[in-house]
Design a protein around this ligand. Structure first.
Ligand code: B12
Length: 422
């Protein structure tokens, strides 16, 4: 019966709406019929969930009702008022509500029996909502769809089907719909439609155009646990005349991107990534010691990550490149609280503040720091960079930064322009 219903639905969608559809609602229809036959308390809320699914892809819900009536005339879908049940009063409640609704509807079909099931679902809801809210706050659908593509890639690599993700996004939509949160609904719809259209791959899972012969060889040695050979290879490159900047970007950065890709595709373990990253950090320090800085240009920079951001290699390379160009640098690294950054500015009086962020939810920390710094130190220029800025090229301007650079090669050029113009 669910198969028959699914076929009929798909046929109608194709013929009556000529919509490109990759729907397979067999599982959901099965659930609907089970809820019907047991007259379970989940039935009204599940019907509402299904309405949300249809609305997300711009199809009338009556389509399902008609198909159902055609196959089994006794069925009749009743609307019910769910406003009280799904009303959200605050952020924490929102995550819990999405989690509980999803579990209430899908625990049986997703076949999770582990006691940690709720915490898995809660963590996923928390992550999805963090990325969603930050993308909305910066009005950046690109950041959200890129996140969805990333989540899909990660799940598929763990052999979890895309439909599981779609189902969860519909649950979130259901909660936001009841609470009349239109932006959230609109962003979720874009994500759901994109997944149903297929051909979704995250930018970080594609082989980076930056990959080089040297980075391939270097990574190969590290993955073979040949740390010493990898070190010797780097020394060979440096002694052979390869510019340190080139080694940083064409070997280290390219390798880091490739490591991320392999981790995302579940082809290397977290330990392998940590091992390789740690080795690279050591070799970077080894090369930094060889840098003979240019004559100081009389400009000072504070370079730092924001909030709980742990990805620090990017800003460290930027800092080293600025130093090579004669900047006086004060580097804070990862995990820098806003108060510490403000204090460092008071102490050092820099011309430039360079802020790095990798995870989209941390963009809010950049916004907060920019606002605070502009308020207290109006003459300091702020340069930003990192993954969200690579994806959305209007983001830096939107959040009030003075400049953005896509990599460490661009950074000194843009940094100098900013402080010279001031
Ligand atoms: C190493 C690594 C880690 C290490 C970081 C160690 C360290 N000390 O830095 C550890 C293990 C801590 C880590 C943790 C996590 N990571 Co991680 N990590 C990476 C990895 C593999 C490499 C990062 C790196 O070193 N890049 C190399 C540098 C040189 O490149 P870059 O940062 O882009 O910097 C350049 C430019 O962006 C620019 N730039 C950067 N900052 C700035 C600032 C300024 C001012 C300017 C001008 C320019 C600029 O210039 C830089 C130099 O050219 C990336 C993969 C990737 N694609 O980056 C994943 C990656 C970033 N991590 C990822 C994830 C998911 C996580 C975790 C959430 C995982 C988890 N479940 O816990 C946590 C989050 C931790 C946190 N709170 O920050 C995802 C993010 C996906 C997404 N869509 O958001 C990625 C993309 C992996 C993947 N492919 O899935 N990670």
């Amino acid at each position: 019966m669910p198969n028959q219903l699914n076929q009929l639905l798909n046929h109608k969608i194709k013929t009556e709406y000529s919509v490109k559809n990759n729907w397979d609602l067999t599982l959901e229809l099965n659930l609907l019929l089970t809820f019907f036959s047991h007259q379970s308390k989940q039935l009204p809320v599940f019907i509402y969930w299904l309405e949300n699914y249809f609305e997300a892809v711009n199809l009338p819900f009556s389509l399902l009702e008609n198909c159902l009536l055609e196959i089994e005339p006794k069925h009749f879908l009743v609307h019910s008022d769910l406003k009280e049940k799904l009303k959200v009063n605050n952020k924490i409640e929102e995550i819990g509500l999405c989690t509980d609704l999803h579990i209430e509807l899908f625990q049986t079909v997703e076949k999770h029996s582990k006691p940690e099931y709720r915490s898995y679902i809660y963590n996923d809801a928390e992550k999805h909502l963090e990325f969603l809210k930050q993308s909305i706050e910066t009005d950046s659908i690109i950041l959200f769809t890129e996140y969805i593509a990333w989540a899909k890639t990660m799940l598929n690599a763990l052999h979890i089907d895309t439909s599981t993700l779609i189902r969860f996004l519909v649950t979130l939509r259901t909660v936001f719909h009841v609470n009349n949160q239109k932006k959230e609904v609109a962003f979720l719809d874009r994500g759901i439609q994109m997944l149903l259209d297929g051909n979704v791959v995250s930018a970080t899972s594609e082989i980076a155009f930056t990959i080089t012969e040297e980075s391939k060889k270097y990574l190969e040695l590290l993955l073979l646990k040949e740390r010493n050979l990898a070190k010797n290879y780097i020394l060979e490159l440096a002694d052979g005349g390869m510019d340190i900047r080139e080694i940083f970007l064409d070997v280290f950065q390219a390798t880091q991107y490739e490591l991320g890709r392999l981790w995302e595709l579940n082809r290397i373990t977290i330990a392998q990534e940590h091992y390789c990253t740690a080795a690279t950090q050591t070799f970077m320090a080894m090369l930094t010691a060889r840098i003979v800085p240019e004559k100081l240009i009389g400009k000072k920079v504070i370079a730092t990550c924001v909030g709980t951001e742990q990805h620090e290699l990017g800003i460290r390379i930027v800092n080293d490149f600025l130093e090579m160009e004669g900047w006086d640098t004060y580097y804070l690294g990862a995990n820098a609280p806003m108060e510490a950054i403000i204090l460092a500015i008071k102490d050092n009086q820099p011309d430039l503040l360079a802020l790095s962020v990798t995870l989209t939810p941390h963009v809010k920390n950049v916004i907060e720091i920019i606002q605070k710094v502009k308020n207290i130190f109006p003459t300091i220029k702020i340069l930003v960079g990192g993954y969200p800025f690579l994806r959305d090229n209007s983001l830096a301007e939107k959040i009030g930064a003075d400049g953005v650079a896509l990599d460490a090669k661009q950074a000194p050029i843009i940094a100098l322009k900013l402080v010279q113009n001031s």
